[in-house]
Design a protein around this ligand. Sequence first.
Ligand code: DX5
Ligand code: ZN
Length: 212
Amino acid sequence: MIKIAPSILSADFADMGREVADIDACGADMIHCDVMDGTFVPNISFGAQMIRAIRPHTKKPLDVHLMVQAPERCIDLFADAGADFLTVHMEATPHPHRVLQMIRKRGVKAGIVFNPGTAPDALPYMLDLTDMVLLMSVNPGYGGQAFIPSVLEKVRAVRKMIGERDILLEVDGGVNAQNAPLLREAGANVLVAGSSVFASADRAEAIRILRG
Ligand code: DX5
Ligand code: ZN
């Protein structure tokens, strides 16, 4: 079963409550929330207050992608705000294992993220603490970038590492109707889509096509 997680980074920020309700009604399985701190990535998007603000507008899980340096500082903040998933970057902390423990301790699902240039070698040592693996198919920081095809091989490799475990495998960046079938075939089961869903005249149809 493939899940589609539209990224609200591509939504109308002046009308976020309605955008979230709309994407929910259009069939989104989760709402992907891109938190950017201006340090780990050059862009600044929004913080925990946005998560708290959109929480009443959907019952779907909030998939909070922390593009934040030293995410251990803000796990409680985002757990309190209503995140269902918190994903942290391998590159953003020397203690990814400890951060995953912190997230789980708060009763939130824990995810580890790998940038396009980061090998997933360390993943086997964190699988027991991981509910989701997120593989970036663009360098994080902006929506609307071109998909990096080398992630397909990484998806296949991580799918093998996960084996029969109940762990979601998510891909984020430049996902569209052309590459979605390749990603599904490689073993991804959560597809994030910003521009390809929000810019579509028929968002429900765009989500259906990505799901396959
Ligand atoms: C990139 C973000 C993505 C982004 C995806 O830094 O993590 O979630 O919003 O947007 P598209 O689908 O437009 O590449
Ligand atoms: Zn993201």
